[in-house]
Each structure stands twice: as C-alpha cells, then as structure tokens.
Design a protein around this ligand. Structure first.
Ligand SMILES: NC(=O)c1ccc[n+]([C@@H]2O[C@H](COP(=O)([O-])OP(=O)(O)OC[C@H]3O[C@@H](n4cnc5c(N)ncnc54)[C@H](OP(=O)(O)O)[C@@H]3O)[C@@H](O)[C@H]2O)c1
Length: 311
C-alpha cells in the first residue's frame, strides 16, 4: 500500500514523463518524492545505482529514465540506445530486487510491438513478429526490461508492472529537430513558419505523411503511473494510450490550426516512414478502470503554450 508519505523514487524526473509524474504526484498530495539528477547519479553505473537504492530504500520506483528519441536519433545512435537503456533498467530493476523493493513501474513504449502488428495492438502481440528496423535496438532493450520484470515477478514474487505508453507529448518535451519525436517536431516547424515573414510557407513532413500514429498528453501518462501504483493487478504489461489514431498529415493540419499558420504541406520521401500504424488496444487498462482524459486538441494547445514559455 502506498501512502501520501511513502517514499517514491521518480527516476528521470527532468524528462518529459518524469517531470509530469513529479508534478502530478505533488498535485495528488504525495509528500515524499525522491529524485536525483543524471549529473549526480548516472543510472548506467551499476555500483552507484545499487548504493543509492540501498541508502534511500524507496517504497516505490517509477522508472522514467531512459535514452529516448525520435526516428532519426534511434536510427543513428543505435549502440547508445541499446546499451544505455539495458544498463539503466537492469540497474534499477535488479537494484530494486536486491533492496527488497517489491513494487515498481517500468515504462516501455509502443515500439516494442512487431512492425506489422494487427491493430489495435493487444499486449499479447508482444514478440509475435519482426520489429521496425529504425528503432529495433531501443525496442529490444525495452522488451528485455519487460521480460526482466515478468521473470522477477515469477521467480521472486515482486510486483513489477510495465506500462507501455503510446507517443507522448507535452511540457518539457524535446524540441531539437534532430532528436525529437514527431509532435514536438511538428510544433517547432509550424512555429518557425509562423515567425517566418515569407508569403508562401511550406511545412515539410518526413516520409509519406500517411502513416498512422496515436498520441497521448503527458499528464495522462503520469496519471496512469499514479493510478497503477495504487492498483493491484495480475498483469505485468498494460498498454497506455487514447485508443484513437490519425495520419501524420492530420496531426500536421491540427497543429497548423492551433498555431494559426497557413502553410502548404509537402513530403520528404527520402526519409523513412517507420511503422505504418501504431494504435494501442487500451481495453486492458480500461478493465482496471483507467482511461485517458485529455483530448488531442486540448493537449496540443497545452503543449504549444508550454513550448512558447520555454523556447
Ligand atoms: N516521449 C515519448 O513519446 C514516449 C513514448 C512512449 C514511452 N516513453 C517512455 O517514457 C519514458 C520517459 O521518456 P521521456 O520522453 O520522458 O524521455 P526524456 O524526456 O528524454 O527523459 C528521460 C530522462 O531520463 C534521464 N536519463 C537518461 N539517461 C540517464 C542516465 N544515464 N542516468 C540518469 N538519468 C538518465 C534524463 O536525464 P537528463 O534530463 O538529465 O538527461 C531524463 O530526465 C522512457 O522509458 C520512454 O521509453 C516515452
């Protein structure tokens, strides 16, 4: 049982998801939140991570720390993506086990599922087929994390739960066009067009623009983490999404409308599309009583407003 004064370690608290988790924990009245910067504790370092957990003994860990990026970063820094993610999650999950920390949430990603998966994607489709090549090392690391949790639950009786969020966006997102995901990239590109005084504006999208994606506002992910932190489940893997997807062109049009910029949409077909469709089946989360609350329009507007403050 987690109480309002239970010690909750949010790993990766400066990132998109981690900062939202801390924000929401505080909002819901949790008073004993443990965080540490990467500068002070590099979670790829096993000894330092084990010592930190031994010293601080949190009651619950929410693992939001990871090497994360969009298609370009994933496709370029494949070695870093597999090594750092394996290290971070192994150190935190095995460190939790060693320190008798029975409960944690490990965040995976919808890219753990096979490239040509039946849609919407059910949790049971994991390992049913070949992965998308552009983010295979990242996905393999995440799948290893899921299997680590499942195996520890089986062998050691822990309650390690893996939540699989769909594409996430919101305050504290990464707006670097070389490493960002598609929503922050679209917001940044549309914003730059708005600032540009040229009469004819062109929004260039990667690939065909026809692939379909689902996106969730980050506060809903944070809400799901807190909800499932307090929920007993007999599952080790639960999808977290909104249950509806759109083409990249549709996302682009919505963002142009929100930012109030008129632009022609063009496509850079030399760039990869990635997986053709990624829509999560969210019925398992719904069975436990959780569903997302923020509409896409509201979420995009909030994300844009926060982008304007921090840009
Ligand atoms: N963003 C998405 O669309 C999305 C979608 C599905 C799932 N997820 C999952 O959600 C989780 C959080 O993602 P995010 O988007 O919040 O990522 P993010 O914004 O890049 O944040 C990642 C956090 O991890 C920390 N970190 C990275 N390497 C570390 C290390 N070696 N030692 C200590 N801390 C380290 C970073 O610290 P610094 O800030 O100091 O660098 C940062 O706080 C990840 O597991 C990701 O797979 C994200």
């Amino acid at each position: 049982m987690i109480f309002k004064n239970s010690k909750i370690f949010v790993a990766g608290h400066r990132g998109l998801v981690g900062s939202a988790v801390v924000r929401m924990l505080k909002l819901y009245g949790y008073k004993n939140i443990l965080t540490i910067s990467k500068k002070k504790l590099d979670l790829t370092n096993q000894l330092k991570t084990f010592n930190y957990l031994k010293k601080n003994k949190p009651k619950f860990i929410i693992i939001c720390s990871a090497k994360v990026g969009g298609i370009l970063a994933n496709n370029t820094f494949k070695g870093e993506f597999i090594y750092e993610n394996l290290q971070i999650q192994n150190n935190l999950i095995h460190g939790a086990y060693l320190n008798n920390i029975k409960n944690l949430i490990f965040l995976g990603s919808s890219c753990v599922y096979p490239r040509n998966c039946k849609q919407p994607i059910k949790e049971k489709y994991l390992l049913n087929g070949t992965l998308e090549k552009t983010n295979e090392p990242y996905a393999i690391a995440k799948i290893a994390g899921i299997k680590l949790c499942e195996s520890y639950n089986y062998q050691y009786g822990t309650n390690y739960l893996c939540l699989m969020p769909t594409n996430t966006y919101g305050p504290n997102d990464n707006y670097n066009l070389n490493t960002s995901h598609f929503i922050p990239a679209l917001i940044k590109k549309a914003y730059l067009l708005k600032k540009n005084k040229k009469k004819s504006k062109i929004l260039k999208l990667w690939g065909s623009g026809k692939v379909r994606r689902e996106a969730i506002y980050v506060d809903d992910i944070a809400d799901a983490c807190i909800y499932f932190m307090n929920k007993k489940t007999n599952k080790f893997l639960i999808n977290i999404g909104v249950g509806k997807d759109y083409t990249i062109i549709e996302f682009a049009k919505k963002i142009l409308k929100i930012i109030q910029v008129k632009a022609q949409i063009k496509f850079d077909r030399s760039k990869p599309d990635g997986t053709p469709q990624k829509l999560l089946d969210v019925s398992e989360a719904a069975k436990y009583g959780w569903s997302s609350k923020t509409t896409l329009e509201d979420g995009l507007l909030k994300a844009y407003k926060s982008f304007l403050i921090t840009k």
